[in-house]
Design a protein around this ligand. Structure first.
Ligand code: ADP
Ligand code: MG
Length: 696
C-alpha cells in the first residue's frame, strides 16, 4: 500500500523477519492469522489458563488444571503401539498416572527419573477411579517453579503452531514494534478508563483472568473502538466524497410514472409509496441522491426502483440497474422490459456474455441515448460503456458491491447521478450504520397484500427418506421444489461437491425431473437449468446458495434446506423467500443435523416461527454476532477482529459520530492527530478511505 507511514513498517513486516520464525512457521501462521507482524499482534488469545492452584493429589477435582508437587514412582512402558506410556507419580496424599501417547521412553526417563521430585502441570481427570494427567503442559524440577507461567493466555491454534510457539512469537513481535501516537482523543480515552494503544496491545496478550477476555474489558473495548473508528472514518470519507458529487434536479412532472403506476395490476403498498415519494423528492432536489431501499424478499422494491427510473427517463435522461449476478440481471430484464413496454420506454440488457456485434450495437445505442434503461452486471460499469446522459444508478443487492463499483457507476453521468441502492437482506439497525452509514434509508416492511404464509417445519436428518416420499407425492400433483444443500466451508468447491452428491442421490428417485445448480457452473449452463425449472420441465432443483438471491419462479412452492443449522437466519429467510411467490400454499422444510448447540436450536425455532425479515435480522445479530450475519462469503461487511456489533453497538454509534465530526473538520489532514488518524486507517487497512483522501 503506497504511502504507509514509516512507523507502521514494523507492523506490516513479514513474521519471518522475527527471530525464531522460519518459513515453515510463517506459513502456518499465515493460515492461522496472516503473515504480517500486525496480524500476529491482532491474534487475540481466546482463553486463559490459571495454574496458580498447587493442590495435593487428594484435593484435586476432575477437569481441574493444577500444578502438583509429586515424586516419580514407576515407569510403565506402552504395551503396544496404541496404548500409552504411563508414569506413576504420587505425593503423601495419593497417586496419579501421567499418560503419554507415543511417548518416547528414553526422553521420559530423563524428564521424570524414578525417585525424584517434580512439578507437573496440566489437566487432571478421573480415569476409572484413578487420577490421571495426559501430556502435562510442564514438567519442572523443584527449583524451577519460577519458570512456570502461572497465568497463560491460550490462542486459537492451527496445525504446526503450538501455544508456546505462538506466545514466543507474539512476545518477539511486541518487542519489535514502535509505540504509536494515540489517535484516540485522550480525554475521552481516559474518561472511559481505556489504556493507550500500545498498552492495550501488550495487555491483550497478557490477560490475567477470564474477565480480561470479555469484549467489554477496557483493553478489548479500546481495540474494538479503534477498529470501528477506522471503519467509520473510511465510511465518512466516502460519504464526504459522495456528498461532494455533483447533483442535479431531475425535473419531470411524474406523468410517465403515474401512467406506469396506473397500468400496474395492483396498488403500491403504503411503504412502497412512501419509499417512492422519498426517492422522487431526492431526485428533484439538486443534491445527489444516496439512498438505500431496504426491503424483504418480494416486498416490491423492484417496481419502486422502476417507477423512480421513469422519472429520470421522462426528463430525457437515462437510468441503469446494476445486479450482482447474471441470473438476477436476466430476471430484472424480463420483468422490467415487460413493464417498460407498457409505457413505451426502451430497456436493454448488458452482461459479460453479450459480445461482438451485439455488444457494439448496444453500446452505440446507449451512447446515442436510444436506450432509456440499461440493466446488467458489472459489465455496465466498464470503461468502454458510455452513456448518453445517465441520471439514475440503481444498485441491486448493493451490499455485494464495493464502494468503488458504486462510484464507478455514479461517474458515468457527467451531469450528476442519483444513486439508489437496494438490499433484500434485512439488516439490523446497528449494522445498517456499519454497512451503509453513508446513505439515507427507506424501509419497506409491509408485504404486498394477498401473500400466503409459508409453513415452516424442522425435521431431523434421519427422516430424509420421509422427505423424499413426501416430495414424490407433491410432484405427482405437479409441485415444484428447491433443495438447497449445506454450506460446508468457506469454499465453493466443497459446496459444489455436496450439491453434486445430493443431486446424484435424488436422481435415483426422480430421474430427469431433477436439475443441478451451483456457483462453479458456466453461466450458460446455469441459465439453461433455471430456464427448464422455470418452464416446469423440472420438478426439483438441487442447488447451493447461488439461488439465494433473487431467483423468481412463482410456481415453486416447496423449499428444502439441508443442514439448516449451518445457515444464518438472514440466509434461511432469503432462501425461504424463494417460495410463497405464487398463489398456492407453500412450505419450507429445514433439515437439521444431529448434536445442535443451543444457539443453533434456538435459531431454527426463531425462523420456524417468524417470517418478519427485520425481526429475524435482529435475532440473528443477537444469536450469532455480526461477523456471521450476512454469511461471510457475500457480505460487504468488513471482517472485524475485535469489534462485535452484537455487543459493541454503543461504540459504533459513538465512533460514527466522531468519524463524521473528524471528517467534517478535515482533522485527518491536519496536525499530529491527523497523522495518528491516518496511521489508524492504515493499521486497520481501511484503504478505501485512504485512497479517497489521497485522490481528493
Ligand atoms: P423485491 O424486488 O423486493 O424482491 P419485487 O419487486 O420483485 O420484490 O416484487 C415481488 C412480486 O410482488 C413481483 O411479482 C411484483 O410484481 C409483486 N408486487 C410488487 N408490489 C406489489 C403490490 N403492491 N401488490 C401486489 N403485488 C406486488
Ligand atoms: Mg427484486
Amino acid at each position: 500500500m503506497a504511502g504507509r507511514p514509516e512507523n507502521l513498517f514494523g507492523y506490516f513486516r513479514d513474521v519471518d523477519s522475527l527471530r525464531g520464525i522460519g518459513p515453515r512457521l510463517a506459513a502456518a501462521l499465515e493460515r492461522l492469522c496472516g503473515r504480517r507482524v500486525r496480524d500476529l499482534l491482532f491474534h487475540a488469545p481466546s482463553q486463559v489458563i490459571d495454574r496458580s492452584a498447587v493442590p495435593k493429589i487428594a484435593d484435586v477435582l476432575t477437569g481441574m488444571r493444577a500444578t502438583i508437587a509429586v515424586e516419580v514412582r514407576e515407569h510403565v512402558p506402552a504395551a503396544n503401539r496404541r496404548s500409552p506410556y504411563k508414569v506413576i507419580v504420587g505425593d503423601d496424599s495419593g497417586t496419579m498416572t501421567l499418560v503419554f501417547f507415543h511417548g518416547r521412553g528414553d526422553w521420559l526417563k530423563k524428564q521424570l527419573p524414578v525417585g525424584e521430585q517434580r512439578y507437573v502441570c496440566g489437566e487432571v481427570e478421573d480415569f476409572q477411579g484413578q487420577w490421571q494427567m495426559a501430556h502435562p503442559d510442564y514438567i519442572l524440577r523443584p527449583d524451577a517453579l519460577e519458570d512456570l507461567p502461572r497465568i497463560e493466555p491460550v490462542y486459537p491454534l492451527t496445525e504446526g503452531v503450538s501455544n508456546k510457539v505462538i506466545r514466543k512469537a507474539v512476545m518477539q513481535a511486541l518487542s519489535t514494534v514502535p509505540a504509536l501516537d494515540d489517535w484516540q482523543d485522550t480525554g475521552a480515552r481516559d474518561a472511559a478508563g481505556w489504556p493507550s494503544f500500545n498498552a492495550a496491545l501488550a495487555a491483550l496478550h497478557a490477560p490475567e483472568s477470564g474477565m480480561d477476555l470479555s469484549p467489554l474489558s477496557p483493553v478489548r473495548a479500546r481495540l474494538a473502538y479503534d477498529e470501528i473508528l477506522a471503519d467509520q472514518l473510511a465510511i465518512a470519507l466516502v460519504r464526504n466524497r459522495e456528498r461532494a458529487r455533483k447533483g442535479r434536479a431531475v425535473t419531470s412532472d411524474g406523468s410517465l410514472t403515474a401512467r406506469a403506476q396506473a397500468a400496474l395490476p395492483y396498488q403500491l403498498t403504503g411503504d412502497q409509496q412512501a419509499a417512492l415519494d422519498a426517492v422522487v423528492a431526492d431526485m428533484r432536489s439538486d443534491k445527489a441522491m444516496l439512498r438505500l431501499l431496504q426491503g424483504d424478499v418480494g416486498s416490491g422494491k423492484t417496481v419502486v426502483a422502476f417507477l423512480a427510473a421513469l422519472h429520470s427517463i421522462e426528463a430525457g435522461h437515462q437510468a441503469a440497474l446494476l445486479a450482482p449476478t447474471e441470473i438476477l440481471a436476466q430476471q430484472h430484464f424480463m420483468t422490467l422490459r415487460a413493464l417498460g413496454e407498457s409505457v413505451g420506454i426502451s430497456v436493454a440488457l448488458l452482461t459479460g456474455r453479450i459480445k461482438g456485434k451485439a455488444r457494439a450495437e448496444l453500446l452505440a445505442a446507449l451512447a446515442a441515448g436510444d436506450i432509456d434503461l440499461l440493466i446488467g452486471t458489472h459489465a455496465i460499469i466498464q470503461d468502454a460503456v458510455v452513456y448518453h446522459d445517465l441520471a439514475l444508478a440503481i444498485i441491486d443487492e448493493q451490499h455485494r458491491f464495493g464502494v468503488a463499483q458504486r462510484l464507478a457507476l455514479a461517474r458515468k453521468g457527467a451531469a450528476g447521478v442519483d444513486v439508489l441502492g437496494m438490499t433484500a437482506t434485512p439488516i439490523p439497525r446497528t449494522l445498517t450504520l456499519a454497512l451503509f452509514g453513508d446513505m439515507d434509508v427507506s424501509r419497506i416492511a409491509e408485504k404486498p397484500p394477498g401473500r400466503k404464509p409459508i409453513t415452516t417445519r424442522v425435521v431431523a436428518r434421519e427422516r430424509l427418506d420421509a422427505v423424499v416420499d413426501s416430495l414424490r407425492r407433491a410432484f405427482a400433483q405437479g409441485a415444484q421444489a428447491y433443495w438447497v444443500t449445506p454450506l460446508i466451508a468457506e469454499s465453493a468447491s466443497t459446496d459444489m461437491a455436496a450439491a453434486e452428491e445430493r443431486f446424484a442421490h435424488l436422481q435415483q428417485h426422480f430421474g430427469d425431473k431433477v436439475g443441478l445448480l451451483h456457483g462453479q457452473m458456466l453461466a450458460r449452463d446455469k441459465d439453461a437449468v433455471m430456464a427448464r425449472f422455470a418452464e416446469g420441465a423440472l420438478n426439483l432443483l438441487v442447488a447451493t446458495t447461488v439461488i439465494e438471491v433473487g431467483v423468481d419462479v412463482p410456481a415453486a412452492s416447496i423449499m428444502i434446506i439441508e443442514g439448516a443449522e449451518r445457515f444464518g437466519l438472514a440466509q434461511l429467510h432469503q432462501l425461504r423467500g424463494r417460495v410463497g411467490r405464487g398463489d398456492q400454499d407453500s412450505s419450507c422444510l429445514l433439515i437439521r443435523g444431529d448434536h445442535l448447540s443451543d444457539v443453533a436450536k434456538e435459531r431454527l425455532k426463531v425462523i420456524r416461527d417468524s417470517e418478519d425479515g427485520f425481526f429475524l435480522a435482529e435475532e440473528d445479530l443477537r444469536l450469532r454476532g455480526a461477523g456471521e450475519i450476512l454469511g461471510k462469503r457475500q457480505s460487504g461487511l468488513p471482517s472485524m477482529l475485535f469489534a462485535d456489533y452484537a455487543v459493541h453497538g454503543e461504540l459504533l454509534a459513538r465512533a460514527r459520530k466522531e468519524a463524521r465530526y473528524l471528517v467534517e473538520m478535515d482533522a485527518l489532514n491536519t496536525g499530529a492527530r491527523g497523522a495518528a488518524l491516518r496511521t489508524l486507517l492504515y493499521l486497520f487497512e481501511r484503504d478505501t478511505g485512504i485512497r479517497l483522501m489521497q485522490s481528493g
